[in-house]
Design a protein around this ligand. Structure first.
Ligand SMILES: [Zn+2]
Length: 839
C-alpha cells in the first residue's frame, strides 16, 4: 500500500455499529498440522438493538459459510455472506428482517495456519534429540488479527464471554485462556481428542488465545491459590522455573497493589518458538518469545534473568490494566503500555532490589525517549488512531517510554497512597468494561485533590518536553532561583508554537542531598523560587532523581558546583547520569559547546555505577558478586577488546578456542568474547560462530551469537553475516533484526547495511508484509548512525521512490538524527580537536 491509499483508509475507516452486540461465543477449532489447515465452527450470541436486515462483522483470510441465525423463539433463517476483502469484514444478509431481541448467529469456517506470526499461525521446532522438525500452532491477535482465526466483532470494546473447544491429535497439548473443563476421545477419530475449556470472563477478542503442540511444564500455586504453569518445549521444563518463581511472587503483589483479586483460576505462561515480539498478555495464557521467558539455570546470564523478570512483571500487570479494564479504542493504547512499563519496574524493584532497576529505568527508558522526542518530527503520546494498522506507525519508543515516564512523574506528583486509591477505584468502576484515559485522571484527581487532568494533558497531548533555564542569585542567607521554560528542540532552534507545560519541579541542595528542599508546580513561562538558609557556595540541583520530564541548563558556575556531589556521590546515580546527559544534549543542540562537556567529564572519573560503564572488573566473577558488576563486566570487556587491547584480545581468542573444544565460557562474559573474536576474526572464526549458532538449542545463546557476528571490521564478514541472516533457514524471521542492527556498529558496516537495505527493500516488504513494524526497525536500527548530509539525502530520495507508508515517519526521524550529528561536527569539531590537543 502506498501513502495515498493509507490516507484513504484513514478517512473511510469506521468502527462497527453498536446496534448489534455479541455477548458470548461458542467456538470450536480443529487444526491439522500436516496440511496447515484448520476448520472451525462458531455460534455467537447477539443482542440486536434495532431491527436489521443484515449483520456486519470481521473475518479475514477465512472461508466462511453456512451462516444461520436463530431467534430465542427458534425462528431460523439462512443468511447470504458478502465478503469485503479490503475492510476485512463480512456482511450477512437476511431475507426476513431481524427484529430487536436476542439471537444466535452461527458459521462454519476454514483457514490456513499461516507462517506470518499473526492470527492462528505455525511454530516450528525440533524434537529434543534434534533429529526431526515439527510444527505446533498458536495465536497472536493484538491488535486486529483475531478475525484471521474466526469471524468476530474484532474491536476491543465488543467484550463477550468465550467457550472454547479444541479438537486435536491425542498426543498434543491443547491449551487456552481458561482451565480445562473436560477432555474426551473424539468420536470421529480415536487418535484425536476433544478438549473443552471453562468459560472466560467478559473480555475483548484480542485477548483470546489457543495453542496446540508438544510441551512440558513446571507448575505451582501463588499465595492466593491461583494455579500457575510455565510451558516449554519438551525436555526444557527446568528453563521455566525462574519465570514461574517470579510470576508466583509478582501476581499476588499486583492483587495487593490494585486491591483486586486476580479474576481467573489460572495464570499460565508459555514460550513460543516463532514469536513476533517480546510477549503478549492473553488473559490466563501469556505467550512469550523464548528469550523473554526461559532461563537455563546453568547457562543463562544475569542480564537474561533481569530481562525475564521485567517482561513477566510487565505482562502480569496487564491482567488487570488492559485485560480486566480495557481501552475503548487503540487511541488509549499508550496508557495501557505506559502504565505496564512503569509498574513492571515497581514489581522488579520489590523482588530483585539487587538490579537497582530504577537507575536502569532512567538510563534506558527516560533518557531513551528524551532524544527522539526533541525532534521536530516527534508526536504527542496521545494521538487519535483510526484504523488499527496505524498503531505500529505511531506507537514507538516515544509512546511507550514517554508514556511510562509520564506515569512515573504523576505517581511521584500525587504520592503512592493517592495513586493506589485512585487506581483501585478506576479499576473497580470499569472492571469487565472499556474506558478512556480521562476516567483514570478523574479518579486520580478525586483521590489526590490535585489538578491531574490539566497537568497530564500538557504532557500527553503535546509533543516534546521543556528545557528549563536556571539562573540564581545569592543575597545573605537566601538564594533566588529564576526558572524559564521553553520547548527543547534537538537542533537548538526556537519553538515557534511556544508550547508550555505544567511541570512538577523539585529543587534540592547540598545541605540535604537526600531530601527535596522545594516542590512547585510550574504553570507559567517563568517562575522564581526562593530558598532560605543556604550558604553562599552550596550547590543546588533541579529534578531530584530525574523524575520530571525536562532538561536543565544551568549557568556555568551553578554547573561547576555540581562537580562536588558527583565526585563524592552524595547524589543518586540517576542524578549523576542525567547531569551529563542533559549537558551532552545541550551540546548536540548548540546551546553549549562540546568543549564544556569535555571539561566537565573529569567529574566522573571515579564512577563505578553500572550505567556509567567505567571500571576494572577483570574476567572472573567474584564470589557473591552483585549482579550489576556481573552485567558491567561484559560491557567493559567488549569496549576495551574492540579498542585494540592486545592482551585482552589474545585472552578472548584462547577462551573461544577452549569453548569450541567443549570447555564452555562463563555465560555472563560469553557474549563479550564472541564480540571480540568476531571483531578481529577471519572467515574460519565466523564459520565457527555460525556453526555454534546452528547447533545452539537455546534462543538466548542464538541471540548472543547473532549479536556478535556483525561486529567484524572486515567488510566481507559483514556481508556474509547478512547472507547468513536473510538467505537460508537458519535465522528465524523475528530474530533477523537483532543481527542486522549489530552490523551497523562500524563505518564499513553502516555502508554495507545501507546498500543491503536498498538492494533488498522490496524483498523485505514482501517477506514481512507492508504493514509490518519490522520494517520500522530495519530503517531505525539500520540507518540512524550516519553523520553526513550526503547519505541523508540518498536515504531520503531512495525512500521517496519506495513509497512504503509505514516508514515515512521513521525515515523523518532518521534524517533528523543524521542532521543533528552533522551539525555538531560542523560546529564543534575544530574546538574539540583543539581542546584534546592541548597539553
Ligand atoms: Zn504491554
Amino acid at each position: 500500500m502506498n501513502g495515498h491509499s493509507t490516507q484513504k483508509t484513514k478517512s473511510l475507516f469506521q468502527r462497527l455499529s453498536q446496534t448489534i452486540v455479541p455477548t458470548h461465543y461458542d467456538l470450536t477449532i480443529q487444526p491439522n498440522l500436516d496440511t496447515f489447515k484448520f476448520n472451525g465452527y462458531v455460534n455467537i450470541h447477539l443482542k440486536i438493538k434495532e431491527p436489521a436486515g443484515s449483520i456486519v462483522l470481521y473475518a479475514a483470510d477465512l472461508e466462511v459459510d453456512n451462516a444461520k441465525v436463530k431467534s430465542t423463539a427458534n425462528d431460523e433463517q439462512l443468511g447470504k455472506i458478502e465478503f469485503d476483502k479490503e475492510s476485512e469484514r463480512i456482511t450477512v444478509n437476511f431475507d426476513k428482517k431481524l427484529e430487536t431481541g436476542d439471537y444466535e448467529l452461527a458459521f462454519k469456517f476454514a483457514g490456513e495456519i499461516n507462517n506470518r506470526m499473526i492470527g492462528f499461525y505455525r511454530n516450528k521446532y525440533t524434537t529434543p534429540d534434534g533429529s526431526e522438525t515439527r510444527y505446533g500452532a498458536s495465536t497472536q491477535f493484538e491488535p486486529a488479527d483475531c478475525r484471521r482465526a474466526f469471524p468476530c466483532w474484532d474491536e476491543p470494546n465488543f467484550k463477550a464471554t468465550f467457550d472454547i473447544t479444541l479438537i486435536t491429535p491425542k498426543n498434543l497439548c491443547a491449551i487456552s485462556n481458561m482451565p480445562v473443563k473436560s477432555e474426551n476421545e473424539y468420536v470421529n477419530d480415536k487418535e484425536w481428542k476433544i478438549t473443552a475449556f471453562d468459560r472466560t470472563p467478559i473480555m475483548s477478542t484480542y485477548l483470546v488465545a489457543f495453542i496446540v503442540g508438544e510441551y512440558d511444564y513446571v507448575e505451582t500455586k501463588d499465595s492466593n491459590d491461583v494455579s500457575m504453569k510455565v510451558y516449554t518445549l519438551v525436555g526444557k521444563k527446568e528453563h521455566g522455573k525462574f519465570a514461574l518463581d517470579t510470576a508466583a511472587k509478582v501476581l499476588p503483589f499486583y492483587a495487593d497493589y490494585f486491591n483486586i483479586k486476580y479474576p481467573i483460576a489460572k495464570a499460565d505462561q508459555i514460550a513460543i518458538s516463532d514469536f513476533p515480539s517480546g510477549a503478549m498478555e492473553n488473559w490466563g495464557l501469556i505467550t512469550y518469545h523464548e528469550t523473554a521467558l526461559l532461563i537455563d539455570p546453568k547457562f543463562s546470564s544475569v542480564a537474561s534473568r533481569q530481562r525475564v523478570a521485567n517482561v513477566v512483571a510487565h505482562e502480569l500487570s496487564h491482567q488487570w490494566f488492559g485485560n480486566l479494564v480495557t481501552m475503548d479504542w487503540w487511541t488509549d493504547l499508550w496508557l495501557n503500555e505506559g502504565f505496564a512499563k512503569w509498574i513492571q519496574f515497581l514489581a522488579v524493584d520489590k523482588f530483585y532490589p539487587e538490579f537497582d532497576i530504577w537507575t536502569q529505568f532512567v538510563a534506558d527508558i527516560y533518557a531513551g525517549f528524551l532524544i527522539p522526542d526533541a525532534f521536530k518530527s516527534s508526536h504527542p503520546i496521545e494521538v487519535p488512531i483510526g484504523h488499527p494498522a496505524e498503531i505500529d506507525e505511531i506507537f514507538d519508543v516515544i509512546s511507550y517510554s514517554k508514556g511510562s515516564s509520564v506515569i512515573r512523574m504523576l505517581h511521584d506528583y500525587i504520592g503512592d497512597d493517592a495513586f493506589r486509591n485512585g487506581l483501585h477505584n478506576y479499576l473497580m468502576e470499569y472492571s469487565y468494561k472499556n474506558t478512556i484515559t480521562e476516567n483514570l485522571w478523574l479518579h486520580l484527581t478525586k483521590a489526590s485533590n490535585k489538578p491531574v487532568n490539566e497537568v497530564m494533558s500538557s504532557w500527553t497531548r503535546q509533543m516534546g518536553y521543556p528545557l528549563l533555564t536556571v539562573t540564581e542569585e545569592q543575597t545573605d542567607k537566601n538564594r533566588v532561583i529564576k526558572i524559564k521554560q521553553q520547548r527543547f528542540i534537538a537542533d537548538g532552534s526556537v519553538d515557534e508554537e511556544k508550547l508550555q507545560w505544567k511541570i512538577p519541579i523539585t529543587v534540592f541542595t547540598k545541605s540535604n542531598p537526600k531530601q527535596i528542599a522545594q516542590q512547585v508546580l510550574m504553570d507559567d513561562p517563568e517562575i522564581t523560587i526562593k530558598l532560605d538558609n543556604i550558604s553562599e557556595n552550596d550547590w543546588i540541583k533541579l529534578n531530584y532523581n530525574a523524575i520530571g520530564l525536562y532538561r536543565v541548563k544551568y549557568e556555568s558556575q551553578t554547573l561547576a558546583r555540581l562537580n562536588e556531589p558527583i565526585v563524592k556521590k552524595t547524589i543518586s546515580p540517576q542524578d549523576r547520569l542525567m547531569i551529563q546527559n542533559d549537558l551532552a544534549a545541550l551540546c548536540n543542540s548548540g546551546h553549549q559547546s562540546f568543549v564544556d562537556y569535555l571539561k566537565f567529564l573529569p567529574s566522573y572519573t571515579d564512577e563505578d555505577n553500572f550505567t556509567h560503564q567505567i571500571s576494572k572488573l577483570g574476567w572472573e566473577a567474584k564470589p557473591n558478586e552483585d549482579p550489576l558488576s556481573t552485567m558491567l563486566r561484559p560491557m567493559i570487556l567488549g569496549i576495551v577488546g574492540k579498542s585494540g587491547d592486545q592482551d585482552l584480545i589474545n585472552e578472548a581468542k584462547k577462551r573461544f578456542e577452549r569453548h569450541i573444544a567443549g570447555d564452555l565460557i562463563d555465560e555472563n562474559i560469553r557474549g563479550a568474547v564472541y564480540v571480540i573474536v568476531s571483531h578481529y576474526g577471519d572467515e574460519s572464526t565466523h564459520e565457527a560462530l555460525r556453526k555454534l549458532y546452528v547447533a545452539a538449542d537455546m534462543a538466548e545463546e542464538k541471540a548472543r551469537l547473532l549479536r556478535s557476528m556483525g561486529h567484524s571490521i572486515k567488510p566481507e564478514m559483514i556481508e556474509n553475516t547478512l547472507k547468513f541472516i536473510f538467505e537460508g533457514n537458519n535465522v528465524r524471521m523475528q530474530d533477523s533484526i537483532v543481527g542486522l542492527a549489530t552490523c551497523t556498529t562500524s563505518h564499513e558496516g553502516r555502508d554495507i547495511v545501507w546498500k543491503f537495505l536498498q538492494k533488498n527493500w522490496k524483498m523485505l516488504v514482501e517477506r514481512f508484509g507492508e504493514k509490518s513494524r519490522f520494517l520500522i526497525r530495519f530503517v531505525e536500527y539500520g540507518l540512524s548512525d550516519f553523520a553526513d548530509e550526503q547519505t541523508a539525502s540518498e536515504i531520503k530520495s531512495f525512500f521517496d521512490t519506495m513509497n512504503t507508508a509505514i516508514v515515512v515517519r521513521p525515515i523523518k526521524k532518521v534524517l533528523e538524527t543524521i542532521h543533528m550529528r552533522s551539525e555538531v561536527l560542523k560546529r564543534d569539531s575544530k574546538a574539540i580537536e583543539g581542546y584534546l590537543k592541548q597539553p
